[in-house]
Design a protein around this ligand. Structure first.
Ligand code: 9D3
Length: 239
C-alpha cells in the first residue's frame, strides 16, 4: 500500500480528480490511498496565516516554513530527510526550481511506502523547506503554473500507474513509451477511410513482420520530428 498525503491551501482542488480510470481502480483495490490536507490546519494563529513578505524585498508573498514543517511532522513523523528516506518516506516539494519529473523518478517514488507532496503557491516557498525538509524538489516541466496543485495531480497519476497491480494484466508499464527512449508508434482503428483520410495499407494487410517494421520506423520518424532531444539520445541500430 502506497499512501500519498498532499499538503495544499486548496484541498478542494483534489476532490474529484483522483476518482477516474486507473487511479480510481488502484484506490478501490487498496493499492494506494490519496488524501489532500489544508495547510491552514497546521497554523497556530487566529487568522491561519500561511504566507509572509519576502526577506530582502520584492513582489509577492512566500509560504512560511512553520505550517509546512508542522504538517510534514504530523503526516510523516520525523523531519530529517535521510531518516525519512530510509523509512521509505519521500517528501516531495513541487517547485519550478526542482529536478524535472521523469519516468525514472516516478518509478522510484512508486517503490516508497509514503509520499508527502507539498504544493507551493504565490512567489514561492521558504527555502528551508527545500533545504531541510524535502527529500526531493520536483518540477513537471519548463512552463509557469499558478501553483503546485496541477503538478501534484500529474505526479500522483504518473506514480500510481507504476504501483504493482495498478495496471490491468493486459498492459505492462515496462513496455510503454519512453522505456526504449522513443515515442509510441501511430495507432489507427475503424473506419478504414474517414473524411478522405485512409489508413496505412500495411496495417490492414496482416503481415505481422511488416507491421512491426513499419511501426518501428514510424516511431523513429515521429520521435525525430517531435522530440529531437529524445532522438539524439536514442540508441538506434544501423537499420
Ligand atoms: C518569476 C519567478 N517564478 C518562478 C519561475 C515565480 C513562480 C512562478 C510559478 C513561483 C511559483 C510558481 C508556481 N509554480 C509551481 O508551484 C510549480 C511548477 C511550475 O510552475 N511549473 C512546473 N512545475 C511546477 S511544480 C510547482
Amino acid at each position: 500500500m502506497l499512501r500519498f498525503d498532499i499538503i495544499t491551501i486548496f484541498p478542494e482542488f483534489f476532490r474529484t480528480v483522483f476518482d477516474f480510470g486507473i487511479v480510481r481502480r488502484a484506490r478501490a483495490a487498496g493499492l494506494v490511498e490519496i488524501e489532500a490536507h489544508d495547510l491552514r490546519g497546521w497554523t497556530k494563529d487566529k487568522h491561519k496565516v500561511v504566507d509572509d513578505r519576502p526577506f530582502g524585498g520584492g513582489d509577492g508573498m512566500v509560504l512560511k516554513p512553520e505550517p509546512i514543517f508542522e504538517a510534514v511532522g504530523h503526516l510523516a513523523g520525523a523531519s530529517e530527510a535521510q531518516a525519512l528516506r530510509e523509512a521509505g518516506k519521500r517528501i516531495v516539494l513541487l517547485s519550478p526550481q526542482g529536478r524535472v519529473l521523469t519516468q525514472e523518478l516516478a518509478a522510484g517514488l512508486a517503490e516508497a511506502a509514503h509520499v508527502v507532496v507539498i504544493c507551493g503557491r504565490y512567489e514561492g516557498v521558504d527555502e528551508r523547506v527545500a533545504g531541510a525538509l524535502a527529500t526531493d524538489e520536483v518540477s513537471i516541466g519548463d512552463y509557469v503554473l499558478s501553483g503546485g496543485e496541477p503538478a501534484a495531480v500529474v505526479l500522483v497519476d504518473a506514480v500510481v500507474r507504476l504501483v504493482p497491480g495498478a495496471l490491468g494484466s493486459e498492459t505492462s508499464a515496462v513496455n510503454e513509451s519512453f522505456s526504449e527512449g522513443l515515442l509510441d508508434f501511430p495507432h489507427y482503428t475503424r473506419p478504414p477511410e474517414y473524411r478522405g483520410m485512409g489508413v496505412p495499407e500495411v496495417l490492414t494487410g496482416g503481415n505481422h513482420g511488416e507491421i512491426a517494421r513499419w511501426r518501428r520506423r514510424a516511431a523513429i520518424e515521429k520521435t525525430r520530428r517531435n522530440r529531437p532531444d529524445l532522438f539524439e539520445r536514442a540508441s538506434l541500430d544501423e537499420e
